[in-house]
Ligand binder design. Sequence first.
Ligand SMILES: NC(=O)c1ccc[n+]([C@@H]2O[C@H](COP(=O)([O-])OP(=O)(O)OC[C@H]3O[C@@H](n4cnc5c(N)ncnc54)[C@H](OP(=O)(O)O)[C@@H]3O)[C@@H](O)[C@H]2O)c1
Length: 245
Amino acid sequence: MTQYSKEDIFIVTGASSGIGYSVAQKFNELGASVVAIARSVDKLTQMKNSSKYPENIFIESKDLGKNIDELPNFVKSLKEKYGKLKGLIYCAGLDYLKVMQILDVKTSKDVFDINFFAPVFMAKGFADRRNHAPNASIIFIASVAGVYPDKGQTIYGGSKAALIAAMKCISKELATKGVRVNSISPAYVETPMYLNNFENIGTNIDEYPLGIGKPADISNMAAFLASEDARWITGQNYIMDGGIF
Ligand SMILES: NC(=O)c1ccc[n+]([C@@H]2O[C@H](COP(=O)([O-])OP(=O)(O)OC[C@H]3O[C@@H](n4cnc5c(N)ncnc54)[C@H](OP(=O)(O)O)[C@@H]3O)[C@@H](O)[C@H]2O)c1
């Protein structure tokens, strides 16, 4: 696995919990600097303090659903504060598992803000050649719900399908600019998001041939996709589902 130096700077959103927490710690363990973004400073601090090299984790508390049109400037400000960026791994996300009859517009738009518009406008900022290092990489955490949506996933699945489509498009726009763009679409992974919805999900975890996922399964894949070993891979959506689909 690629080893990084602290001059290799990765933005990780959703770093306070679940998959993003694991991604932040994985890149830290590989020697990179991590700009860890979420709203909860307490949880980010806990993640930093339990990482291998806490001095290489930099906490930025931010609500990514507010002032989305300012997110490209936010990325620019991170570049100015920490240096040119090697990667953006967008893990923040909101679920919304409700049947169509009880959907409301406000919540639906909030979900699209975090799951679709924020990653796209973070990527817009990252794509500015003044902000990223050579051979850089963007990874979006999407979901199998964007490919194989189930009942109750009209908005959540729609937001993730939109993100996967955007990933493809952005990968083509950035291919000649030294930025690869991919997404990972997990099925159920044991995180607070999954556990909070356990009763609504109705998925029989015994049906997963390899069991449900662990956050480290996803962070290992993100580490590979960001590495030089993946230099010929862009525009791909990787389904990680323990064999369920
Ligand atoms: N777990 C699964 O089974 C599963 C399956 C498929 C896809 N996914 C996707 O994987 C990603 C991570 O999910 P997870 O299971 O790790 O969820 P999680 O444990 O609930 O973590 C969600 C993260 O998103 C951050 N976040 C939420 N709203 C935010 C906002 N407005 N501004 C900034 N940060 C915000 C949270 O931080 P704060 O609350 O501190 O802001 C938290 O760090 C999501 O995109 C999810 O859709 C998860």
